[in-house]
Design a protein around this ligand. Structure first.
Ligand SMILES: CC(C)(COP(=O)([O-])OP(=O)([O-])OC[C@H]1O[C@@H](n2cnc3c(N)ncnc32)[C@H](O)[C@@H]1OP(=O)([O-])[O-])[C@@H](O)C(=O)NCCC(=O)NCCSC(=O)C[C@@](C)(O)CC(=O)[O-]
Length: 343
């Protein structure tokens, strides 16, 4: 009898069967940037660098290390140059930074020239725009169309300097200023960023209001113009739907998910929005599933270490971790500790 791929599949143990290349999921850890940018108190550079270091040691492969935006607009990100020079850079880990305009790119490239290193301090930037004019104005002081005009030369210049460029489209589901968003606009903005030279587009539910049905409809629309391999999901968790939205995006073929340890963060120009989906929650939800999160710690990301980092950074920020998995795992550890100690 001739064996078909179906027969072969049945002969492979369930866990291994699922680990096909198509099911590897990449995490883009955004806590040092999206996670901290909205904090009111001053966070020392040493803490930010320590956060990046801990994430790298837990196996995270892509860590958004900060942003080169105007310090008048986002004071918390003012020390990103120092973070880049002080943090450790691990092999096989990428450290992109957010850049809003030519000035941000100039500041970054000046830093890279002042600190020549191999590998360089970073070799990747992320640019951002939005799917409504209101959000674009609030975040970038310009309309959507004009943002594209401004970002095109920035992208070209970055690529000419050997930097990879990722693009964000904010308010892909709902806008805090104008409400429900037309997904055709999301598609057009994503396509424009791809045409500009971005290798990947992260679609942001900036306000964290999206439901799985809405995410599904939005992705159906965007996939008409951008291959799903070039899409990433960026879900905030304001209404508690972020993990469900991650799973919906994965069902659609998206294989890159932005998340933030401890669920910290939010965009300063998206009033009412809470943090990103917690990395711990994504890691926990995908355990034993058909998806395998990739990372540098034995091929994945160490969930236990991420739980510790989530609590560490949250407590430094003066609160508890909002990661549901992070809270449950810590409670379980505390319950089990006396038993393990034989008490
Ligand atoms: C784009 C601008 C600068 C335009 O802001 P503007 O005021 O129109 O800029 P400008 O060109 O008129 O410059 C004003 C001043 O800022 C300076 N400046 C100008 N640019 C820079 C720069 N790059 N770095 C340092 N300084 C800069 C510039 O030199 C000048 O200084 P002054 O002459 O007054 O002393 C501003 O709107 C800005 O910085 N916006 C960034 C806002 C931001 O960071 N938002 C959060 C990140 S996006 C996000 O969180 C969403 C995301 C990505 O996570 C996905 C999602 O959830 O949806």
């Amino acid at each position: 009898m001739m064996l078909t791929s179906k027969h072969l599949l049945r002969s492979i143990p369930r866990t291994r069967r699922y680990a096909t290349a198509a099911n590897f999921v990449k995490i883009v850890e955004v806590s040092p940037r999206d996670g901290l940018q909205n904090e009111k108190g001053v966070i020392p550079v040493a803490i930010k660098a320590d956060l990046v270091n801990r994430l790298g040691r837990a196996g995270v492969e892509i860590i958004e290390a900060g942003s080169f935006v105007s310090p008048k607009w986002v004071p918390q990100m003012a020390g990103t140059a120092e973070v880049l020079t002080q943090m450790e850079r691990l092999p096989n880990v990428r450290y992109p930074v957010l850049v809003p305009n030519q000035k941000g790119l100039d500041n970054l490239t000046a830093l890279l020239s002042e600190h020549p290193a191999s590998p360089p301090l970073t070799n990747e930037i992320a640019i951002f725009t939005a799917a409504t004019d209101a959000m674009s104005r609030a975040n970038l002081n310009t309309t959507m169309d004009e943002s594209l005009v401004r970002l095109a030369p920035v992208t070209r210049a970055a690529r000419d300097k050997g930097l990879r460029v990722r693009g964000y489209v904010s308010v892909a589901i709902a806008c805090p200023y104008t409400g429900p968003v037309d997904y055709v606009r999301v598609r057009n903005m994503a396509k424009a960023l791809i045409d500009m030279g971005c290798y990947e587009i992260s679609l942001g539910d900036t306000v964290g209001m999206g439901t799985p049905t809405q995410v599904s409809e939005m992705l159906e629309e965007v996939k008409k113009s951008v291959p799903v391999e070039q899409l990433a999901g960026h879900f905030h968790d304001t209404y508690g739907t972020a993990v469900a939205n991650v799973l919906t995006a994965l069902d659609h073929g998206v294989r890159t998910i932005d998340s933030s340890v401890g669920g910290i963060g939010g965009c300063p120009y998206a009033p009412g929005a809470l943090g990103n989906v917690a990395t711990e929650d994504v890691l926990y939800a995908l355990q034993g599933s058909r998806y395998q999160v990739t990372g540098t710690s034995n091929g994945t990301i160490d969930l236990d270490k991420m739980v510790d980092i989530g609590w560490w950074i949250s407590e430094l920020l003066g609160r508890e971790s909002v990661s549901r998995a992070g809270r449950a795992i810590r409670s379980r550890r505390r319950r089990e500790a006396p038993m393990k100690a034989g008490l």
